[in-house]
Design a binder for this molecule. Structure first.
Ligand code: PXL
Length: 270
């Protein structure tokens, strides 16, 4: 049996719902062997849940990339929170050096409930260094508006316009995701491959417990690609997976409710 492997280059969410933790839990559910290169560590102030973001030293990020890229190899990779222009450039150099493909770029710009963690120069660096190397980029409507510089995306037509612009910036496929803002009560995603606009729709589940949904979605797509599925098949499967993870979301404390990736697998202890 071939064991498929995936790498996530992303930040650590100490609370476990997003970032590298969401990615690994998702890979596990797909039976894909997960590996990590950690870029930042996000901690929360216990009384207020204000976030603090600690970057990992650039040399340590590079050493992790070398370990996995030179020492092991993998079937697909994703990026999440990268934290600095230097890290974005570093990742792009390694993608070129190791001639990597099946690359999913999740252009993380903010954590829910925090200030911007990504400065405008990081958005510019993602446009210059990562979009041209992406097999798929997975912005939500806010991130898409920043990458495409369209201003707020409020209609399905604007989603199509932004997807076209982001594709022209070099990403082979663009998946723009919305949850309830454009069509109330619906979670509508748009996949564009340069030719066809394809819509994926689900009922938006009534819940605030959605922390980590974006990471979970891009990790599920990456795991699908690692298993040899097409982008379209991987996106379609991930929509089902993330919808289920959201419907299983739960309150972790008074501030945050993460999606839950594993609820359908092992019955909980009574
Ligand atoms: O959900 C975005 C996100 C991504 N990565 C890390 C995070 C968060 C939000 O909290 O902490 C590490």
């Amino acid at each position: 049996m071939t064991i498929r492997k995936a790498l996530t280059v992303a930040g650590s969410d100490t609370s476990g719902g997003a970032g590298i933790q969401a990615d690994l839990k998702t890979f596990q559910e797909y039976d894909v062997y997960g590996m990590t290169a950690l870029t930042t560590i996000v901690c929360m102030e216990p009384k207020t849940w204000d976030h603090q973001v600690f970057p990992v030293d650039l040399g340590i990020v590079e050493t992790q990339l070398k370990t996995v890229m030179e020492g092991i190899g993998f079937d697909a990779m994703k990026t999440g929170m990268l934290g600095s222009v230097d890290i974005i450039e570093l990742v792009s150099r390694y993608i070129d050096q190791y001639k990597l493909d099946r690359i999913v770029i999740d252009p993380v710009m903010v954590c829910k409930g925090t200030d911007e963690v990504l400065q405008p120069e990081n958005t510019e660096a993602m446009i210059e260094f990562l979009l041209p190397r992406a097999d798929l980029v997975t912005p939500n409507i806010f991130e898409a508006s920043q990458l495409a510089k369209t201003g707020p995306i409020t209609t399905l037509e604007k989603m199509q316009e932004a997807a076209t612009i982001i594709h022209d910036l070099g990403a082979k496929h663009v998946l723009i995701k919305d949850r309830g803002k454009i069509r109330p009560g619906k979670a509508v995603d748009l996949l564009y491959d340069g030719q066809t606009y394809e819509w994926f729709e689900a009922d938006a589940i009534e819940t605030q417990y959605t922390h980590g949904a974006g990471c979970t979605s891009s990790a599920a797509i990456t795991a699908g690609l690692a298993k040899g599925r097409s982008v379209r098949e991987s996106v379609s499967g991930a929509k089902t997976f993330v919808t289920q993870a959201i419907s299983n979301g739960f309150p972790l404390n008074q501030f945050v409710g993460p999606t839950r990736h594993s609820a359908h697998r092992i019955p909980s202890v009574k």
